[in-house]
Design a protein around this ligand. Structure first.
Ligand code: GMT
Length: 384
């Protein structure tokens, strides 16, 4: 006879819908990595998104993708009703696949659409878990026309999580949120993002250290300061800047590199998929953002054993330990940012020590298994 308790036997793998932006952005990456991990734990995962999420690049029988298609109709012109198409797709998938809950990443439009889907599928239950990522609160949520909708979507979710303590506080204060928000830190698969032997001359000659940056090149990433800091740094140390990603500030950054005469030392790789292969090639990862609720890519760099120089804003101090896993400064302090990168590039022992500490912190505080356990517990309590 089985010794397992009846309660334990009653538990079954769950069916979870995950809605997210599919593009190169932290929120979509977290959603996709979470989906893969849940599938490995026996969950059936249904992504609802505009296209296959970036990083969903391997096959699993447990992972399904449901594309949100906005059917053309002359009346719509360019005003495609994305939120409604999302709600309709969430509703269809929830009913057809018998979903237990919907986990949405980024408040608008996902949490608003999920609210609608939850109403539409009644009397079936479809609890909504909303994860706040950052700009959904700090930028979109602060636009006067969206504040009420953002607040309503958060308040009407069954469970709400935020990726840092900073973001939880900012959400409560700026939107006057009354309901509990649990902090579930973003996470990293430390087996995948691991230190590797540097292959000579992949990104720079083997004796030239690499300063790496990756982002979506939006204004909040402070790309102009990044280039200014690099130009200042180049006056003291021979080094190579490697920039990954694309976005509105990229052309400006390329022009500025030419103006400051460092273009030969700046390699713009554009958007890349295999960050686990690129990040370990860095000697220092540089993220001087003006806003950052967490800084997932900084964590991935840390996991790869790379110290981080970043700004001391938002959730970054919760990720990067100043003086231990890297250095934090004011995003406008070009002198201090440049001096810290120089310290790391010219002191191999310091760099190695901080790189080891960075990996240890990634393992101990941001391990993928802990975060997935936490999300699972939140799902269970949403279903109670
Ligand atoms: O950084 C961005 O502009 C993208 C944005 C997103 O929604 O994808 O990133 C936010 O979510 C990430 C994942 O939780 C966080 O690591 C980023 O810090 C956060 N970005 C900002 O707060 C600016």
């Amino acid at each position: 006879m089985s010794k397992r308790s009846p309660r334990r036997r009653a538990r079954r793998p769950r069916k979870v819908g995950i809605a997210c932006y599919p593009t190169f952005g932290g929120s979509g990456i977290v959603a996709t990595e979470l989906g893969s991990q849940l599938a490995q734990r026996g969950y059936e995962v249904h992504f609802v998104s505009l296209s296959l999420p970036y990083r969903q690049n391997h096959f699993s029988q447990k992972v399904f993708f449901h594309e949100v298609v906005i059917q053309p109709y002359p009346l719509f012109q360019t005003y495609s009703p994305l939120s409604l198409a999302l709600a309709a797709k969430m509703c269809e998938v929830a009913e057809h696949y018998d979903l237990d809950l919907m986990h949405v990443h980024y408040v608008l439009p996902f949490a608003a659409s999920a609210y609608l889907a939850r109403e539409l599928v009644k009397p079936r239950r479809l609890p909504v878990v909303t994860t706040l990522h950052g700009t959904d609160i700090t930028i979109v949520g602060q636009q006067p026309e969206f504040t009420r909708l953002t607040r309503f979507s958060i308040e009407s979710s069954d469970k709400v999580t935020a990726v840092s303590k900073f973001l939880r506080k900012r959400t409560i204060e700026s939107l006057d949120i009354r309901r509990p928000i649990e902090v579930v830190y973003n996470f990293v698969d430390t087996a995948r993002f691991a230190p590797r032997k540097r292959r000579a001359s992949v990104l720079a000659p083997s004796d030239v250290p690499v300063v790496m940056h990756a982002s979506n090149f939006r204004q909040v990433k402070n790309i102009e300061t990044l280039v200014q800091v690099f130009a200042r740094l180049r006056k003291h140390v021979a080094c190579q800047l490697v920039l990954i990603g694309d976005g509105p500030e990229k052309a400006h950054a390329e022009n500025l590199c030419r103006e400051l005469k460092v273009e030969r030392h700046a390699l713009f790789l554009g958007s890349q998929n295999l960050m686990e292969e690129l990040l370990p090639l860095a000697d220092v990862f540089f993220l001087p953002s003006r806003q950052e609720s967490f800084g997932l890519v900084a964590l991935e760099a840390m996991s790869a054993g790379v110290p981080v120089v970043a700004s001391n804003i938002g959730g970054l101090p919760e990720v990067v330990e100043d003086g231990v896993t890297g250095f934090l400064h004011d995003p406008d302090d070009e002198v201090a940012l440049s001096a810290s990168i120089e310290r790391l590039l010219t002191n191999q022992r310091l760099r190695a020590r901080m790189g080891r500490a960075a990996r240890r912190v990634a393992r101990e505080r941001f391990h993928v298994d802990d975060a997935v356990d936490h999300y699972q517990a939140i799902y269970e309590s949403a279903l109670r």
